[in-house]
Design a protein around this ligand. Structure first.
Ligand code: CP
Ligand code: NVA
Length: 302
């Protein structure tokens, strides 16, 4: 049985296979209508979501299966009963658990005590299916992933970690430009960097935003992630030099601009860039659906 907990679980061939399957499903969805017939999943979210929730539910539906949404926004997992018992219950009914959680350890526990695949739909540390959709989007727009130069600009967070992991596995060069003390997770970086070395690509963390030149892709995300109640205004001064505005995009040479969304217009990205000709943010959002279909098919039908 396989899980998608961190993104480290899959080889380059498996990533490429997921991306190819997603493309095929995007092209001809009717062909896959019975792929998960009679199968179901529990979709458990401790945090809000537009894209991830909608696309996981639709992914089950489009493959002939059913996703049951469990709203946990009024309480974290493990409060009403233990996570272990929660998992043991659900596994008697469904074929997969999809979880958006505060703590990565919650997903690890669901997997430990359950008997079905667990999919990470965002945790404090990773957003692995997001990264898969992101690299599919890069492939569609730039024709390749290997050797592509990606600049992530802003707060080093769960999305950054997953861009590093998937980038290293797929052979992309990824640099995170962020303020000091806002770097992505050091342990994830070290592990991803080992894989990058094997695949001939380079990962970097850089504070000096003036070095943002000669990149193919600019990627940004919110300066304050879910679970952190700091108002955006309070961090504005620290992050403003890293705002993805037209000047920054022009200097970078980037061909496309990406954002996992939701966007905070006027903060990490300006209207001009978000609505500009290089923005592929809604292609990226669309690809969440196709990737989720491919991931669920792979894990549930394994
Ligand atoms: N990008 C993303 O995960 O969006 P949601 O938080 O709306 O699911
Ligand atoms: N880093 C953001 C991503 C939202 C999709 C968060 O965790 O809130």
């Amino acid at each position: 049985m396989r899980h998608l907990l961190t993104g480290f679980e899959f080889s380059q061939d498996e990533y490429l296979d997921i991306l190819e399957t997603a493309s095929a499903m995007k092209k001809d969805p009717a062909k896959y209508r019975a792929t998960l017939q009679g199968r179901s999943g529990a979709i458990m979210f401790e945090k809000p979501s537009l894209r991830t929730r909608t696309t996981f539910e639709l992914a089950f539906y489009r493959l002939g299966g059913h996703g049951v949404y469990l709203d946990l926004q009024n309480g974290e997992l493990g409060k009403r009963e233990t996570i272990a018992d929660y998992s043991r219950n659900l596994c008697r009914w469904v074929d997969c658990l999809v979880g958006r959680v505060f703590a990565q350890s919650t997903l690890e526990e669901l997997a430990k005590y359950g008997s079905v695949p667990v999919v990470n739909a965002l945790s404090d540390l990773y957003h692995p299916a997001q990264a898969m959709a992101d690299y599919l989007t890069i492939k569609e727009h730039l024709g390749k992933i290997e050797g592509v130069k990606v600049a992530y600009v802003g707060d080093g967070n769960n999305v950054t970690n997953s861009l590093f992991v998937a980038g290293a596995i797929l052979g992309a060069n990824v640099t995170c430009f962020c303020p000091e003390n806002r770097s992505p997770d050091a342990a994830v970086f070290i592990k991803a960097n080992e894989i990058a070395k094997q695949h001939g690509c380079v990962l970097n963390v850089e504070n000096d935003i003036s070095k943002l030149k000669d990149f193919d892709v600019i990627y940004t995300d919110t300066w304050v992630s879910m679970g952190d109640n700091t108002p955006l205004e309070a961090v504005k001064k620290v992050y403003m030099p890293y705002q993805v505005n037209q000047n920054l995009v022009d200097k970078s040479g980037a061909k496309i601009v990406m954002h996992c969304l939701p966007a905070h217009r006027g903060y990490e990205i300006t209207d001009e860039v978000m609505d500009g000709s290089k923005s592929v943010v809604f292609d990226e959002a669309e690809n969440r659906l196709h990737i989720h279909m491919a991931v669920l098919a792979k894990l549930i039908n394994a």
